[in-house]
Design a protein around this ligand. Structure first.
Ligand code: ADP
Ligand code: MG
Length: 219
């Protein structure tokens, strides 16, 4: 593991880290409710790995993934947050990492998972940033090496949260979702069209993913 501690960055002073900066705010309470609902929704099945996704971009995936991860860590769970939105990664900015090896370097066989994982300022919350986009990075999200990364994460953390690419038009999100215990599907109220919401749901289910919750964001 990389033992640097990284402070939240400029991007962080937004909705992204509200659960950390304002743990008693109304928004933070809503993320705690989602965290608790994950437990109830799983009906006795353990849900250790959760993919946060939405039909399209800009619907609040990153915000929800970070806040959920923070709320889980606040309850004392060891949490790993993984940036699997490799085309447009942002978590390295949220947590102010300057140069960071990340998931793509692990998938390319350049480093081991522990060398790409960074502690954050938040107790019990570690981050596996995306790393640079390289030849085949996207394809490697559905590879044996990715399975090994998942195994590593499940073995070392109580919860693994994936900030993913949107579902529609991104086969890698479906593949990842199918390998995890559950998916949280976000919709932006007023923005997500019903047909796109249904298409995203069907696409995830067709891939074999388990949708454990739907969140109407910004309602
Ligand atoms: N519940 C919310 N309330 C207010 N603003 C939000 C909320 N969720 C997300 N946002 C804002 O919407 C924008 C897109 O959110 P983001 O989490 O980056 O979406 P995505 O990861 O799906 O592209 C950001 O500026 C974020 O701060
Ligand atoms: Mg995002």
């Amino acid at each position: 593991m990389d033992h640097k501690r990284n402070k939240p960055g400029k991007h962080a002073v937004s909705a992204c880290l509200i659960s950390y900066l304002h743990p008693h705010s109304a928004s933070a309470e809503q993320y705690k409710a989602i965290r608790n609902n994950i437990r109830y929704a799983s009906r006795g099945k353990t849900v250790n790995s959760v993919v946060v996704t939405s039909p399209s971009s800009g619907e609040g995936k990153t915000t929800a993934a970070v806040n959920l991860a923070v709320c889980m860590a606040q309850q004392g769970e060891r949490v790993l947050l993984v940036d699997t939105n490799i085309r447009k990664p942002v978590l390295q900015h949220v947590f102010n990492l300057e140069t960071a090896a990340g998931l793509t370097n692990v998938l390319a066989g350049q480093v081991d998972p522990e060398q790409a994982i960074h502690h954050t300022e938040i107790d019990k919350l570690d981050l596996l940033p995306s790393g640079p986009l390289m030849y085949q990075s996207i394809e490697q999200l559905d590879s044996k090496r990715m399975a090994l990364v998942l195994e590593y994460a499940k073995g070392h953390y109580d919860k693994v949260i994936f900030d993913s690419a949107p579902v529609l038009g991104h086969h890698d999100t479906n593949a990842l979702a199918a390998r995890c215990d559950g998916v949280i599907l976000l919709f932006t109220s007023g923005k997500t069209r019903q047909d796109r919401a249904l298409e995203a749901k069907r696409s995830l289910e067709f891939a074999g993913a388990t949708i454990i919750g739907a969140v109407l964001n910004r309602s």
